[in-house]
Ligand binder design. Structure first.
Ligand code: NAG
Ligand code: NAG
Ligand code: NAG
Length: 332
């Protein structure tokens, strides 16, 4: 297993980013907890010469990466304290954490889904607490409205969920994801260059109080999604204006994958007023990156030239018991 070696951060590099969407911050009842606080943000996982922050989607439904993204087993150094009934707002961004950001590419139509699990997760522990899919369907060729490119993008990346009423105190992981179908009309196993793109992100929370409600049985990640499930391989272009000749059959309904939303959750959430954000609005470039489980550390001389310091193979290792996160610096 790759150990948490100290990582060199090179903040002087340009932050020209090739990032995909991920969660940059969490607001609790409208109060920002700070850049990446409690968030297991995905690591830099592109080739080393991009010079900015980059993360790629997860496409392999059998991979552990589908749980909390690449290196999702590595804890954030801090945990967000919440109470049952608290309103949480996840702040998804692409290149930087402000309102100029495009959040997610306009082609990346798809649903958004949020699950809650005890931390650490195990077999069948992820319980769906919120979902939003194709929320406005129009006859072809008029575009429908999708959660990722409609609602979440229009709200500048804000995704609202609520801590279930009466939830028992303890440590939990929230798994929030956006799913993008721009290449999702064919299964990844049939064409690895395409396939549905998953952007899962996990947030560490500690629920406090004297709640007594336990989570019901849920689903596993990986495991919950199968290629043949409705809503996993899906031709988005029937619901958007971007294709002139629809393929048959062209459906304008969309079944959101996974189980139904738990009856104990707040399926309807509302936006709460938000405080200004705390901390930086840009993610630092990495001096460590991971591609196909190979972790490489290096030092950059400029964007395109890097001196490799060392490499190792990374294998995710999820604990079966709760571990208090080690305080310290973030992973990048
Ligand atoms: C998908 O992930 C599984 C489990 O890690 C692995 O065995 C398989 O080789 C992966 N498939 C591809 C195409 O990478
Ligand atoms: C969460 O939002 C709901 C709906 O706006 C509101 O009624 C409730 O008081 C909020 N909860 C907290 C803890 O602020
Ligand atoms: C957002 O941040 C980017 C990068 O630092 C900057 O170019 C842009 O002007 C900022 N936009 C706003 C509205 O602050």
């Amino acid at each position: 297993m790759w150990s948490r070696a100290p990582l060199l951060v090179l903040p002087l590099l340009s932050s020209h980013a090739t990032a995909h969407t991920f969660i940059w911050g969490v607001f609790v009842n409208g109060v920002d907890q700070g850049l990446f606080t409690g968030i297991r943000a995905p690591p830099y996982n592109a080739a080393p010469n991009a010079g900015g922050y980059a993360n790629s989607p997860v496409k392999n439904l059998s991979s552990l990466d589908l749980r909390c993204n690449v290196m999702g087993d590595i804890q954030a150094p801090d945990t967000i304290k919440v109470s049952p009934g608290d309103n949480l707002t996840f702040d998804w961004h692409h290149d930087y954490r402000n309102d100029s950001d495009d959040i997610i590419a306009s082609s990346h139509h798809g649903p958004s889904i949020v699950y809650l699990s005890p931390d650490p997760p195990g077999e069948n522990t992820f319980v769906k607490i919120w979902e939003e899919g194709l929320y406005e369907s129009n006859p072809f060729p008029q575009p429908g409205k999708w959660s990722t490119t409609g609602d979440i993008r229009e709200k500048h990346g804000k995704m609202n969920v609520r801590v279930p009423a009466g939830l028992k105190a303890g440590f939990y992981l929230i798994r929030a994801e956006m799913i993008a179908f721009h290449e999702g009309e064919v299964a990844y196993t049939k064409n690895p260059r395409r396939g549905t793109q998953f952007y899962p992100n996990c947030v560490q929370i500690e629920v406090v109080g004297d709640g007594t409600v336990e989570l019901p049985e849920g689903v596993s990640f990986p495991g919950a999604y199968k290629e043949e499930d409705p809503g996993i391989v899906y031709d988005i272009y029937c619901s958007t204006e971007t294709r002139t000749i629809p393929t048959a059959p062209c459906t304008t309904t969309y079944p959101i994958p996974g189980p139904t939303v738990w009856s104990g959750a707040w399926a309807e959430t509302t936006a709460v007023p938000l405080s200004p954000i705390k901390g930086d609005t840009t993610a630092y470039p990495w001096s460590t990156w991971i591609v196909n489980s190979v972790v490489t550390s290096g030092s950059f001389t400029d964007r395109k030239h890097v001196t490799v310091v060392g490499t190792s193979t990374y294998k995710a290792s999820w604990s079966t018991t709760y571990q208090t996160p080690a305080p310290g610096t973030r992973r990048w």
